[in-house]
Write a protein that binds this ligand. Structure first.
Ligand SMILES: Nc1ncnc2c1ncn2[C@@H]1O[C@H](COP(=O)(O)OP(=O)(O)O)[C@@H](O)[C@H]1O
Ligand SMILES: [Mg+2]
Length: 219
């Protein structure tokens, strides 16, 4: 008799694809991500990442997974640069490559000016950028040839227009190297980034397909 947050969700996202996950607040998008990342256990069902089970092989999956949660989960006292170093280590970037990787990531999302500022003192939009950057698939490059799944939960919320464009360009640049799933409330964002979208209503996936096809069918 309890609330069912996500029911009978079934879909496949290919490598090189950016998939847009849409739905009103409470539709079940973040819960889906929570299940994929192992933060919440599903009552039933499973998801596979290149054959790895999200229920039984979480440790292997986590090394290949980039996750930007809806609510910024940053360590307030670490600077932007320290945050990226920490994640580079967790993702097993070879020690000799850490500094170069971190610097290029800071440039990638226009965070270089804030690299020595504690994360807790960054503006909302820059916190978002840091969350997105630290799980950049390039941090997983130590695993040669490894697949990467990138989950971005409302990545651009709170960002100004210029930062959004910058973020979109960064997401586009790396789309081909991995598999990206993002949630958004902005059609403009989905049109800029996503090949296909799916719309969730009350925990169920109600329609899925290329944006143009859904638009011409449902208006
Ligand atoms: N920890 C929780 N305990 C109980 N209900 C929850 C919990 N997390 C989410 N929910 C409920 O599950 C539904 C889906 O939430 P969520 O996945 O956050 O939606 P979305 O990200 O699409 O806005 C909502 O009705 C929400 O209230
Ligand atoms: Mg959410």
């Amino acid at each position: 008799g309890g609330k069912v947050a996500v029911a009978d969700l079934c879909l496949r996202v290919e490598r090189g694809e950016c998939f847009g996950f849409l739905g009103t607040n409470g539709a079940g998008k973040s819960t889906t991500f929570a299940m994929l990342t192992g933060a919440t256990a599903p009552t039933s069902g499973d998801a596979l990442l290149h054959g790895l089970s999200s229920r039984h092989e979480q440790p292997q999956i986590r090394r290949q997974l980039g996750y930007c949660p809806q609510h910024d989960a940053l360590l307030a006292l670490l600077t932007a640069r320290e945050t990226l170093r920490l994640y580079a280590r967790i993702k097993r970037v070879p020690p000799a490559a850490i500094e170069a990787t971190v610097e290029s990531l800071l440039l990638d999302l226009d965070l270089a000016r804030f690299s020595d500022k504690p994360a807790g003192q960054l503006s909302g939009g820059n916190k978002r950028k840091l969350c997105i950057t630290r799980d950049h698939p390039r941090l997983g490059i130590a695993l040669v040839g490894a697949p990467s799944l990138v989950l971005l939960d409302e990545p651009s919320s709170g960002m100004d227009a210029a930062s959004k464009r910058f973020l979109w360009a960064a997401i586009k640049r790396r789309t081909l190297e991995c598999c990206t799933v993002l949630t958004s409330h902005s059609m403009e964002e989905c049109e800029a980034l996503c090949g296909r979208i799916g719309v969730m209503v009350g925990g169920k996936l109600r329609c899925i397909g290329p944006i143009q096809a859904l638009k011409s069918r449902f208006g």
